[in-house]
Structures are given as C-alpha cells and as structure tokens.
Design a protein around this ligand. Sequence first.
Ligand code: ATP
Ligand code: MG
Ligand code: MG
Ligand code: MG
Length: 562
Amino acid sequence: MRTSQMLMPTLREVPAEAEVVSHQLLLRAGFIRKSASGIYTYLPLAQRVLKKIKEIVREEMDKQGGQELLMPIVQPAEMWLESGRWHVYGPELFRLKDRHNRDFCLGPTHEEVITILVRGEVRSYKQMPLLLYQIQNKFRDERRPRFGLMRGREFIMKDLYSFDRDEAGLDISYQKMYQAYTNVFNRCGLKFRPVEADSGAIGGSDTHEFMVLADSGEAAILFCSQCDYAANIEKAAVPAAGADPTAQALELKEVSTPGQKTIEQVAEFLGIAPHQTIKTLLYRTDKEVVAALVRGDRDVNEVKLLNALGALTIELADEVQVRQATGAPAGYVGPVGLSKIRIIADPEVMALSNAVAGANKADAHYINVNPNRDFKADIVEDIRMVQACEPCPKCGAELQQARGIEVGQIFKLGTKYSKALGATFLDENGKEKPIVMGCYGIGVSRTMAAAIEQNHDQDGIIWPASIAPYHAIVIPVSAKDEKQMQLAESLYNKLNQIGVETVLDDRAERPGVKFKDADLIGYPLRIVVGNKAMTDGLVEVRQRKSGQTDLIPLDQIPEKVK
Ligand code: ATP
Ligand code: MG
Ligand code: MG
Ligand code: MG
C-alpha cells in the first residue's frame, strides 16, 4: 500500500474528548472515528489490526476443537423471556420493535440463541463435547460508554459456548479455553494475568477474568508476590478462610453527616465484625452505594416510583437487582457514609443530587441523598490507596494491587441456561439430563485498545509485531528524487513479495512529517531510503520499540527483516 492512497487521517492535536492513551492514539493515528457515543467506525488501519487479532483468536479456538458459526445479532424477545432474562437484564439491553410491534433486542451475548439451537440439534451424549463460537459485533447500552474502544456500546467480541454431558466434561472444556486464552493474549504480545473472579448472581462456579495490566484499567486486581494467586478485587474481598479477622483493625474515619453511625453500628448493620479487614468493608459499601447513587442519577423518578411500589432497583455493575426498600428520611446518610472510595474519585457521582443510597439490604435505603452534602469528600481518595490487608489465601504472603483491563472472561455456567431453556440429552443409560455449559468471551476491539495502553510512548503506538497493521514502512527521504523513489519502490515490492507487509510512504511531504506519522501509527520497522542508499547502498532500519537504528546494505534487507 502507498500512503498517498491510504485513508489514514492522522491528527497532530490530542483530541479533547479522549481521556486515556489508547483512545487518544486511535483517534490521532487515524484508526477510528466516532459515529455516536460508544459507537465507532474502524478505519482501514484498525481493520487490519482487528483482522489479525481475530485470526489469532480463530486459530487458538480451532486448535482446541472450536467450531465457528455465526448467529443473528437481532434476537427475538421470546428467547429472552424463556430464559428469564428479558426483565432482569436491565437498560444495558438494546431493545427494538419490528413493524408488527414484536419485541427484539440486539445481542449483548448469545446464551439464549445458542442454547436454543443446541436444544434442537443435540440429542445424545455422543454429540458432545461441543465447542461453538462466533466473532461478531455485540451491543450493550453501557451506562458510561467511555475510553474509546475500551467501553463501547457496539464492540467486537468472540464468544464461545461449551456443551458437555457432565461437570467433568465441563472441567476439560474450561481448561481448554483457559489454555486458548493464555495463548491468544501471549500471541498478541500482551502482559496479562488470569485472575479469579466472582461468579456473582450465577453462583458457585469457577470463573477467571483475563486482565491486561495497565494503570488505566477500570478493574482492581490483587495478586500474590510469592505464589500464583491472583483475583479481582470483588473476589479477593471475600475474607479468606482461615485468615485472622483481627489481624487488621479498621481505619475508617467517620463522615460528618448529622446522624452518622459509628463504625460498630455500621459493621453490625452490614453483618460483619467491626474488626474485619478494611478491604472487605470498603468493597461492600463501595459496590452497594455507588451503584445506588448512580441509579438515582439516571432516573430519580423511576426510583421514586419503584420506592412507592415498595421495591428499589439498584444497578450493581452488570446486574440489576431488585430489593425491597422503604423511603427513609431525606438527606440522611447513615451506614453508607463510609462508602467514600469511588464517590470521591468520581466527579460525576459527586455532582449528583437527590440520589438514592443504601446498603444491599431490605429497609436500608435513603432517598434525596446529596453526595457533597451527605458524604465527606476527603477521607480516602481512591480505591488504589486501600492497601490489601489480607494475606494471600494460598501462601500467606503479602498481596499486591494492580489495575487491569478485562480483555476476556471464561465462565462455568453449569445448567443455568440448559435447565431454563430445556436443553437436554440422553446419557448412556437413556436417561434425560440437562447439558452442562460454559461461556467464554474475548473483547476483540477492547484487546486492540489494551495493546495500545501497554505499548506506546510519547510519539505514538508501538504495535507488537503479531498484530501490527503493517510490519514495515519504507520512507524515501525525497519523493522527488527519482532514483531514490526507484530504490524505495523496489525494496517495497520485494518486502511484500516475501510476506513482510510493507507500506511505501510516497507522499510529497517533508521527511519529518513522514517520520512523525510512522511513529504515531506504530509500524514495528521504519526503513529510510536516503542519500546513503545511492552512494553506499545503505539504508537505515529503525526498530520502533527499542529505537535501535542500523545501517544495512540494501540487498541484505529482505533477509534481515523477514
Ligand atoms: P466489563 O466488566 O468491562 O463491563 P463484562 O464483564 O461485562 O465487561 P463480558 O460479559 O465478560 O464483559 O464479555 C466478554 C468480554 O467482552 C469482556 O471480557 C470484554 O473484553 C469485552 N467487553 C465487554 N463489554 C465491553 C464493552 N462495552 N466494550 C468493549 N468490550 C467489551
Ligand atoms: Mg459489563
Ligand atoms: Mg466484567
Ligand atoms: Mg466479564
């Protein structure tokens, strides 16, 4: 490809709306353009990167016996009514109606469609294990789409579903996917950690999140410095069995709200011992209160209405939970006054008024809460400041904290969907049983963004070679010099012939402009054809990552860069 013909609209300025590096660089380097909040066009350079990530994903899924299929994006409400998720999925589900007024949604995930498919096609234990996957655009009307491709409302996901006859089979499928995910992220050149996660509403089962380590990550993880234990903060916050609960005293300071409760009262209210570790309490209150406040912000009237009906909808992370609630005195924040971590870190939440706050418990909610008035804002600044107090549950060593970007998750579903949707099979003895399932997601577009968060410098992106849009760029110093252009052209042709994906910068721009663009876009290799090429037959080869520059004879280039 010649840059003169490429659509790669690079920008010199950092776009104001972009808060994180990957978002800034994807815009500046001409990879994406916004269409609506959380919805983007992938320009040609991005599309090349996405194709490479998808190809790595495909190879690793296929290696484990995965079979690719493609399911519809538009899903009928009936399927979701049947699984019971239509009414609990909440506002993240994009819902639509057809001309006959029938309800549909845009798929945020495909458990319903695939389980109903398998229900119709699989009868016998002999047809399993089955690993089915697709790579497709997913739709989630995220509460806060942000950070560019990191949290989109339309994004690309690989989702695989496993179908087994029993738990032992599921264990094997899960292990296969664990291995496949490890391979995928290694091959993408990422530094990542699989962490134990909380299976939440589904309960009890194994689940791991694959976290790319980056300070900009939205998730907090804890890992052991001595052994391989690693968990996300939700999971790690559950007190470890055998850990001494008195090891750390609470260090929470109280809020200055009139009517505040003491730490002992709060602990009693939450049903935990006052001397339990700080992490546990912070996590619990953090999750509960932030969720409720945010919900109050979205639609105070709706919350009031629900209150009047005796129920309050609280949006907790991904799930919607319906709890009993009563209207408590306005402007009074009791136990929840301790929940300061994210409230302080998050100006959006601090700016709310007339919100709803409360613990995740019946009869424990307050309406008309004003965070600035009712919460003291200077206690703990950020969850990152909360040190892990609990020792590693595996070896007792100290736990370390890091930030992570969730690029994938694997999950043992068990029989949740097969039971709800009646997907059964006949075992060796002709007995009917529910299929045992797992689900496994990779955020393909988020992985592209995560790769940039981990691989960049002040000049731009530094693509890992395996997912770079091109491997090399050939830059003639002077496009006007015919001889130079000829040498550059023949090198460019030669490299492409031998499989080194190469771009030729044939634009009539100053070399400085070309170099800046090359660094910004992040080609792993930059090959400059200048005067030395004509006088001594030498060209300059620079590695984007290390900055190492070598003068190499022209005829040796194909051999050296291959
Ligand atoms: P998050 O916790 O970030 O909201 P999730 O746990 O809801 O993600 P999953 O349902 O586990 O996401 O989906 C599988 C993968 O899809 C995630 O691990 C992530 O990489 C990706 N993903 C999920 N939501 C988004 C999004 N809004 N934008 C881009 N990628 C996403
Ligand atoms: Mg989510
Ligand atoms: Mg998640
Ligand atoms: Mg997840």
